[in-house]
Design a protein around this ligand. Structure first.
Ligand code: NDP
Length: 490
């Protein structure tokens, strides 16, 4: 028989009894000297950390990324340097708007985040399962997210808030069309794609650069839930996608994604027919075909959800040599927001938590702060410049530069940009009759709960995408189609 493990306090000393608090007499008051009891209650009170403001509900797993096609002529990142090269990754999938206990089957974009532990530091891909976004300027983000959350008075989700903002923000119509298609309720996390959405810069050893968008295409095939299936599942198994990912990996059915890249030359970007950095747009495959890059396989479940997934902290600012930001304004905002959110949620030393810790050596002049555990810098100077052999910046790590023209100011996107062309292509060319019927049904079901003037304003946007689209939504909502038509012209 194995010897039983001894119960200890968090400080390692043995506990004599974990069932009976110390009392004065058999039924008297509890004693202050029961330090084990006090510590147990105090720690319990502190078990919860702030949940993420967005992407609070998620599941994750470890695995690897393997290069299948050599694109090192475009990108000097070492983890992409040769076919067959493998890099360890951790991935986290999530819904966006709901709280940590919300249902996996909610209609929502899904977060699709992957941390690559490369030899040059962590590279994070922090995408979604949709290639576009609702807004293209970060200054709108807090307002947008407020509309997806609870009404401050009723503490319930509010269709007026939800549709009021969207109907006043025409740039959202592309993402709204994807969100209300069945892709807004993926069957599981395994059955969806991941898109960078943003454009990034890739550059090579000579500092020649291109613009790229990254696509993770599910090897399991896209599968979605209908609205009815999602509604049932929300009640029957709110954690269905979390469970699915865990169980698939547990039984050796490892999910995989084929990773591709679209590449645009800088001179093409200047003259393209829309602003290629506008995240409400895709780059059409016809112009920019998907070029294979690699494959991601998830093959290891976390040993502890809190340590490996809840504390996993991704940021699009985690870049490695060969990859740099584009001027996409939403991306620029996220470069700040993610690290800032993690500092608030996990503390200033969150990069030292096992799941976030780079495999590459980290050497710099940052010191101390709450919960610091690593002491790699011991004995080395804590200031720069110094004459004591402290770490030196490496000029080779600088990003290529590009010309910026114009005056500073609060500029709207001015590149000729229609908000309606791409959702129209999706509605007309890509969707099947069944897809369109589900899309209209899903919209009517949700928008029907908003007040009439908001329904009208939003339906005008659908009409501008395509008269058939707007007419069918108007019919479903019982709106006056002549009024929608008239307003759509204004
Ligand atoms: P294509 O016909 O070349 O590509 C359309 C793509 O749309 C498909 O390859 C598929 O991409 C995706 N798709 C298929 N069915 C659906 C659906 N029901 N809902 C959402 N997406 C679907 O045309 P374009 O590249 O010119 O794009 C046309 C429209 O397709 C775009 O305006 C956009 O709305 C949508 N789309 C385009 C993507 C792109 O990166 N070009 C990516 C996703 C959607 P996938 O393999 O990524 O699922």
């Amino acid at each position: 028989m194995k010897a039983k493990k001894k119960l200890t306090t968090s400080f390692g000393s043995p506990v004599d009894d974990d069932q009976n608090s110390m009392t004065a007499g058999t039924s008297g008051p509890v004693l202050m000297q029961d330090v084990h009891l006090l510590e147990k209650l105090a720690h319990f009170n502190r078990e919860r950390i702030p949940e993420r403001i967005v992407h609070a509900k998620g599941a994750g797993a470890y695995g690897y990324f393997e290069v299948t096609n050599d694109l090192s002529g475009y990108c000097k990142a070492k983890f992409l340097s040769e076919v067959g090269k493998k890099t360890e990754v951790v991935a986290r999938f999530s819904t966006v708007g709901g709280e940590k206990g919300s249902a996996d089957a909610e209609r929502d974009p899904r977060g699709f985040a992957v941390k690559f532990y490369t030899e040059e530091g962590n590279y994070d891909f922090v995408g979604n399962n949709t290639p576009v976004f609702f807004i293209r300027d970060p200054i709108k983000f807090p307002d947008f997210i407020h509309t997806q959350k609870r009404n401050p008075v009723t503490n319930t989700k509010d269709p007026d808030m939800f549709w009021d903002f969207l109907s006043l923000t025409p740039e959202s119509i592309h993402q709204v069309t994807i969100l209300f298609s069945d892709r807004g309720t993926p069957k599981t996390f395994r059955h969806m794609n991941g898109y960078s959405g943003h454009t990034f810069m890739w550059y090579n050893d000579k500092d020649d650069y291109v613009w790229v968008k990254i696509h993770f295409i599910t090897a399991q095939g896209i599968q979605n839930l209908t609205s009815a299936e999602a509604t049932t599942l929300k009640g029957k198994d709110p954690d269905h996608a979390t469970r699915d990912l865990y169980e698939a990996i547990e039984k050796g059915d490892y999910p995989a994604w084929n990773v591709s890249v679209q590449i645009m030359k800088p001179e093409e970007a200047e003259n393209y027919r829309f602003n290629p950095f506008d995240i409400t747009k895709v780059w059409p495959h016809g112009d920019y075909p998907l070029i294979p890059l690699g494959r991601m396989v998830l093959n290891r479940n976390p040993a502890n959800y809190f340590i490996d997934v809840e504390q996993a902290a991704f940021s699009p600012a985690n870049l490695v040599p060969g990859i740099a930001p584009s001027p996409d304004k939403m991306l620029q905002g996220r470069l700040f927001s993610y690290h800032d959110a993690h500092r608030y949620r996990l503390g200033v030393n969150y990069t030292q938590l096992p799941v976030n810790r780079p495999k590459a050596m980290t050497v710099n002049y940052q010191r101390d702060g709450f919960m610091r555990t690593m002491s790699e810098h011991e004995g080395s100077p804590n200031y720069y410049p110094n004459t004591f052999g402290g770490p030196e910046p490496d000029a080779a790590a600088k990003w290529p530069t590009y010309e910026i023209k114009g005056k500073w100011g609060r500029h709207a996107y001015v590149h000729p940009n229609s908000d309606y062309v791409q959702p129209a292509a999706l509605y007309n060319k890509v969707m099947t009759d069944v897809d369109r019927a589900h899309l209209v049904g899903n919209i009517v079901e949700h928008l029907g709960n908003a007040r009439k003037e908001i329904q009208v304003r939003q339906t005008v946007l659908f009409y501008r995408v395509d008269p058939d689209y707007g007419t069918r939504v108007a019919d479903g909502l019982g709106l006056d189609i002549a009024e929608i038509k008239r307003l759509a012209k204004d």
